[in-house]
Design a protein around this ligand. Structure first.
Ligand code: 3PY
Ligand code: MG
Length: 263
């Protein structure tokens, strides 16, 4: 089976830079896949993406060096299994707040006897190789999102879940629940303490610490804080910014930092 290079990078302590797709297009997935990201994630939670689009996006990413990942809308096992069959080499599961939710998430990603993933690997075989069924349990990456007060309180138990590779902070949701305001780069003391707590627990338990960021510079800062998996903004944010910059330069104006979309 094709090895999951993200697992190798994590084991060797190399940071993983992950692209993030909200636009339902195989073409933009292909473009992003060719830019040098270690992984590219198809976002089925907040992206405008249905199954048919996700499939063509995973096919497009598969033709690049980036590892195809999916953020599922929630922990529903059938949804997770379907995306693995569609060729996702890892799943990011939002709103994991308890060890039981983490256990059920990982079980959906693992064939028996480790879990309850149903057999029908489909594109997994095409992308991973004919021996996918024998090795998928070792190669599929599992990241549980920490983005609730309860998830933060249960971080130790969540990280102790067998087969869980790490966690991925959703800083908008986490800051919303902790401080009342959604902000990916929140400097509220409670949020700073929460982020530090997650990073230090991951380091202690040798699990991947990941986080969504709003820019490359913010992602670089997160790596210095100890994160190994960073997402430097999504396709929508990058498209909006690149457009604003081009328009401002064409008109000889200062580049606005935020646009009408809020990005
Ligand atoms: C969050 O910040 O809550 C996220 O889910 C990032 O995508
Ligand atoms: Mg979120």
């Amino acid at each position: 089976m094709r090895i999951n290079s993200l697992k190798t990078a994590a084991a060797e302590g190399r940071p993983i830079v992950n692209g993030w797709l909200a636009i339902p297009s195989g073409y933009s997935a292909e473009i992003m896949g060719h830019q040098g990201y270690d992984a590219v994630t198809v976002d089925l939670q907040h992206g405008m993406i249905d199954f048919a689009s996700a499939l063509s996006m995973l096919q497009a990413i598969s033709a690049t060096a980036a590892v195809p990942l999916v953020r599922v809308p929630d922990g529903t096992p059938a949804q997770i299994m379907r995306m693995l069959d569609a060729g996702a080499y890892g799943i990011i599961c939002p709103m994991v707040s308890t060890a039981e939710q983490a256990r059920r998430f990982v079980a959906a990603c693992r064939y028996p006897p480790l879990g309850n993933r149903s057999f029908g690997p489909a594109r997994g075989l095409l992308y991973g190789g004919a021996d996918y069924p024998q090795h998928a349990n070792n190669e599929i990456l599992t990241l549980a999102m920490i983005e609730t007060r309860e998830g933060l309180a249960n971080i130790d138990e969540i990280l102790d879940t067998d087969g869980l590779d790490g966690v991925f902070i959703g800083p908008n949701d986490l800051s919303l629940t902790l401080t009342g305001a959604a902000s990916a780069e929140s400097t509220h003391p409670e949020m700073l303490a929460a982020v530090e707590r997650v990073v230090s627990r991951c380091r202690q338990k040798q699990k991947i610490a990941g986080i969504f960021c709003t820019s490359g510079a913010a992602a670089a800062q997160r790596i210095t804080e100890g994160f190994q998996f960073v997402t430097p903004a999504n396709d929508v944010m990058q498209l909006g910014r690149a457009s604003r910059e081009a328009i401002a330069l064409a008109r000889g104006n200062a580049i606005p930092t935020t646009g009408a979309s809020g990005y």
